[in-house]
Design a protein around this ligand. Sequence first.
Ligand code: HEC
Ligand code: HEC
Length: 460
Amino acid sequence: MLKTAAALVLAFLAMLAISFVTSDTPPGTTTIPPAPQRAGDPAAGYQYLLYGDMVGRGIPLPLFQKTSGGKSDDDLDRTGDSQGIPFPYNVVETADGIKVVAPTCLACHAEKLNGRLVVGLGNNTVDLTRDQSATFRASDIAMQVGYGKNSPEWAAYHPLSRGYKAVGPYIRTAVRGPNSADKIFAALAAHRKADDLTWLDEPQFEVPKAVAPTDVPAWWLLKKKNALYYNALGRGDFARLASASGMLTMTDSAEASHIDERMVDVIAWIRTLEPPPYPFPMDAELAERGQVIFEKNCSKCHGTYGETPTYPNRVVKLATIGTDPLLAQTYQKYPEYHTWYNTSWYAQGPHKAELLPTDGYIAPPLDGVWATAPYLHNASVPTIEDLLNSPQRPAFWKRSFDNADYDPAKLGWRYTTETAQKDKETYDTTLPGYSNGGHTFGDKLSAEERRAILEYLKTL
Ligand code: HEC
Ligand code: HEC
């Protein structure tokens, strides 16, 4: 009898312990554990970002210069051949000694803000509404006329054109601003053999037609994260994950391995990045009141800031967060890409990576959040004021795309509210993938409390 009572008490205590452990994670959320990362050299990583061969094929330099009208200000103070090349590109030399202009990571991971280029700020002005493959069909003709198909220049160019023509039809967005990079990788994977990553002319699986538009996360957030990408898809070694850009033009896994090794340094450099400080006046007293309200209402998902910051790495399920489901659901519905990835070269060896889809989105760290408008993973909300008060979010909104058109009162882009999508620069939240719903955590606060949180967010 006593024994059974003791067993019951023990079982009860065990239950308590379990509920105690799990009560740390709010309902509707899961916590992502850390994965070991390779150590790299940040300075070498920055050099590789400026000059590296992460995309090792491109437009021959003389042809680029002829069509682009000479040198421009590259904003990166580069030297050598890359000096005067616009910042989204660099000049690399192929094994045959051909100098080509190729896109780099900074095509999507650098952006101008208030007139200054911020490396690590996601590109939020790109226009992917047109089919890129048309451009490359035109440049194929220029290349054939200029160099001929048997030239080393053609060999140095053709993989880039081949890659863009394969992905072009799959990556069109409906509005200017958001990106579609996750579809670029899915479409390229369809053309790469999983084991040695060599090119296949015919796609080996069907790539879904629907494009889920995304913002580009700021790189300075990476050092707090245990998984990459909005739906926490990217697990394991971050350098291995980021090296996937090689899929655009590389020959095979030997080249992938070279890019992977360099990417270790790039990730090390990204981890040193700090957010740009808020450049306009702030009300310190209001921000202090905002901190208290933030810690009560927001910290369980977004963490705490200051001297000893904490960040819980929490994925919030679609049913709880309620933001546009298309991005997360695409991975649930079409497993071909992540199944390919998880058996591919990228998922082998001691520094392997893995794609593990979730049914939700990660609550991002909010460091430097003032600089990363528009908001939510699909860039559907122009300002933080609108984000914190969901009935106020505009269904159709248009911005000037002038990087100095910043609104310090609302924290985000100045915009006009429209009644329909009048052009591609009008964001249309009625389209699938483009919804501005969900994340209603600010609605229950008073206008005064929201103003205080807004002020506090300026200090992060
Ligand atoms: C065509 C645009 C594009 C290019 C080029 C590009 N990226 Fe990205 N990158 C993105 C987008 C979009 C995301 C977010 C995707 C998502 O979460 O679904 C992203 C996400 C990332 C992330 C994860 C950030 C986070 O917080 O989750 C890292 C790290 C990253 N990219 C590194 C790189 C590196 C390094 C390169 C160059 C080798 C590169 N990217 C090239 C568009 C691009
Ligand atoms: C239950 C968890 C949770 C709570 C509570 C929460 N958030 Fe979030 N927050 C998220 C998630 C998840 C996202 C990303 C959603 C998406 O992109 O679809 C997000 C996104 C954001 C963003 C946009 C970030 C960006 O760069 O796009 C801001 C700003 C933000 N939250 C602020 C707040 C504030 C302020 C509060 C408190 C009033 C709060 N959040 C409460 C989970 C939460």
